[in-house]
Ligand binder design. Structure first.
Ligand SMILES: Cc1ncc(COP(=O)(O)O)c(C=O)c1O
Length: 414
């Protein structure tokens, strides 16, 4: 059975009625399927067959502890983008040796804590950062395991805001400088080079950028071995896209095949850091219609109680998410501009959507919202962070309660 399906004209998550959850907990709320998370993780993991590999779930996609623990229990490792994501990973039970620390701007205090921790690797983004890691490692009397993130100048052909592998993007060490930096590591007693790392973007829906990035890494790894600098593994980042609109995208199998085909000649284990591909389709954002009003002769505004504060992607990247009524009504269709409650004109969740007629109080489900949804939510307009629910084995439970006014002012001093 697919995860979110209509039963008796009502949208369910793994057999649990979304309307029932919304009645009990109110809206807006995120609902995640543990079964879908497991299935999507396994699809990538099993596609590697017996090729040595490790999936490091990218916590930035959604670091709800309940989700992270499901993945840890499956054997996932973690990719953390800040010291706070590292803390979260430790709290979720990942040992430091299962955590890679990525990120373009690691502050001094973050590195100070991370360097002595014994992480699997710190993915270093510049010559300056490498020096800072080295001096902290020397001070702590440790040898820091580092990977060099290289900017391979590859076009991910994704949205410009989530393409990271072009020379003009802020990420990584330019390919032309990488070899020199890597050669220098061999002479440093407090650094140990364990990998090279690339991540060329997110929501990549064609295979070429992923294959090209893997080939780039394979060639470099082979050169390094010839030059007497063997690596322990290669880190190919994340980026596998999902289908937000029903169009075909690269499958997990084709993605993994491309990575393995490129890297196999080196014999090196592969680290992959998927985020979106695991949790994106496993979550929906459920919202209520709070107002309906005329827009043009042909369409109306449907104002819902979720917007850019709960799901920033449409406002940030003009991202498309399918929006479906939780209760399917007659065949009749009307055109709606589905907008959030925030006082910004960019707070549009879905443009020009044809839906069954909506009335105040009706519920809608915004699909494929499990990744970069709740993780990017904000308190703008003093809106509380939404409640989150996990459905597992036919049961549902609140895994994060809704914020209260007390939570919202808890950090303030008058
Ligand atoms: C270094 C790195 N790894 C992994 C990811 C996860 O990407 P995705 O969710 O597209 O798989 C990101 C996200 O941008 C990233 O920056």
């Amino acid at each position: 059975m697919s995860t979110f399906t209509y039963l008796d004209s009502e949208l369910h998550c793994d057999g649990v009625s979304l309307a029932t959850i919304a009645r009990a907990e109110g809206t807006p709320l995120y609902v995640y399927s543990a079964a879908a998370i497991r299935e999507r993780y396994r699809a990538i993991d099993e596609a590697f067959g017996d090729y040595p590999h490790r999936l490091h779930y990218a916590l930035k996609a959604n670091s709800a502890l309940a989700i992270v623990r499901v993945l840890r229990d499956l054997g996932s490792a973690a990719d953390a983008n800040s010291i706070w994501e590292i803390d979260l990973a430790l709290r979720a039970g990942f040992p430091p040796a299962d955590i890679v620390f990525t990120g373009v701007g690691k502050a001094g205090h973050e590195l100070e804590r991370a360097v002595p921790m014994g992480l699997k690797a710190i993915n270093v983004e510049s010559a300056g950062e490498l020096e800072r890691v080295e001096s902290l490692a020397a001070r702590a009397g440790v040898r820091a395991r580092v990977a060099i993130r290289i900017n391979p100048d590859i076009d991910a052909r994704s949205h410009p805001h989530i393409s990271t592998g072009l020379k003009i993007n802020k990420f990584g060490v330019p390919a032309a400088e990488a070899r020199e930096l890597i050669a220098a590591i061999g002479r440093r007693s407090h650094l140990s080079l364990v990998a090279v790392h690339v991540h060329v973007g997110s929501q990549i829906t064609t295979i070429e950028p992923l294959r090209n990035a893997a080939s780039f890494v394979a060639d470099l790894a082979a050169d390094l071995r010839r030059a007497g600098t063997p690596l322990e593994y290669v880190d190919l980042g994340g980026g596998l896209g999902i289908s937000y609109d029903g169009q075909a995208v690269v499958s997990a199998r084709d993605y993994v095949t491309a990575l393995v085909d490129a890297i196999r000649p080196t014999g090196l284990p592969i680290v992959s850091e998927p985020g979106r591909a695991i949790v994106g389709p496993a979550g929906v954002l459920v919202a209520s219609v709070v107002d309906v009003k005329p827009r043009t002769a042909a369409s109306e505004f449907a104002v819902i109680d979720a917007g850019m504060t709960e799901l920033m992607r449409p406002a940030l990247y003009s991202a498309y998410h399918r929006i479906d009524p939780v209760r399917q009504a007659a065949d009749q269709r009307r055109q709606y501009e589905i907008v959030g409650p925030v006082c910004e004109s960019s707070d549009v969740v879905g443009r020009d959507r044809e839906l069954t007629p909506l009335a105040v109080g009706d519920l809608v489900a915004i699909r494929d919202a499990g990744a970069y949804g709740s993780a990017m939510a904000s308190n703008y307009n003093r809106r509380p962070l939404p409640l989150e629910v996990m459905v597992d084995d036919g049961q549902w439970r609140v895994v994060r309660r809704r914020q209260t006014v007390d939570d919202l002012v808890a950090l303030e001093r008058e």
